[in-house]
Design a protein around this ligand. Structure first.
Ligand code: ZN
Ligand code: ZN
Length: 181
């Protein structure tokens, strides 16, 4: 038996809501029962009364995009450089609207990058649908690379502007007959 969504992968169970076969990536355990990712997503967003909804029930499996009750895979408990460096830009790409707190004067700029770096993986996992942990890691790696690139570019640009400005001041002083050095 193969997964309904991934015909090339072996199924590990069947969703009790739609009877379709699920692979490890599509399987979500909810209240101890096996569902497929799309059924749980529908239950959670549509408020399906058929589904068990106690707040204490924790979903496991590929629970990405299912909000705060989704459990975050253990291997994602790491520092998110993309979120740290790109903050709100990363937030737009990952549906993490908390990132806009970075616009709070002073406090936002000082605190939010650290919060995002620590909580970024959790929030991004819970608020967006990802194919798998590997998919998530791959995309976050790209974000980190972009963050690094942008940071380096901005640093170089600021240094050039600073040096140009200093040069202009020295030149101006020399023109008016003052020797600064
Ligand atoms: Zn289903
Ligand atoms: Zn699948």
């Amino acid at each position: 038996m193969y997964c309904y969504h991934h015909p090339d992968r072996d199924a590990v169970g069947t969703c009790i809501a739609c009877n379709q076969a699920v692979c490890p990536e599509c399987k979500v355990e909810y209240d101890g029962k096996v569902y497929c990712n799309s059924c749980v997503q529908r239950m959670v967003s549509g408020g399906d009364t058929m589904a068990p909804q106690p707040a204490s029930v924790l979903m496991t499996g590929n629970t990405s995009g299912m909000g705060s009750r989704a459990s975050v895979p253990r291997e994602l408990g790491e520092w998110n450089w993309g979120a740290f460096l790109l903050t709100w830009i990363w937030g737009i790409g990952n549906n993490v609207w908390w990132s806009f707190f970075v616009f709070i004067p002073y406090l936002g700029v000082l605190v939010m990058p650290w919060v995002l770096a620590f909580k970024g993986n959790q929030w991004a996992w819970q608020s967006r649908r990802w194919d798998s942990v590997e998919h998530f890691k791959r995309v976050q790696h790209t974000w980190a690379m972009w963050g690094l690139g942008v940071t380096i570019a901005v640093t170089v640009l600021l240094t050039v502007i600073l040096l140009l400005g200093l040069g202009l001041i020295v030149w101006g002083l020399q023109q008016s007959g003052i020797q600064p050095f």
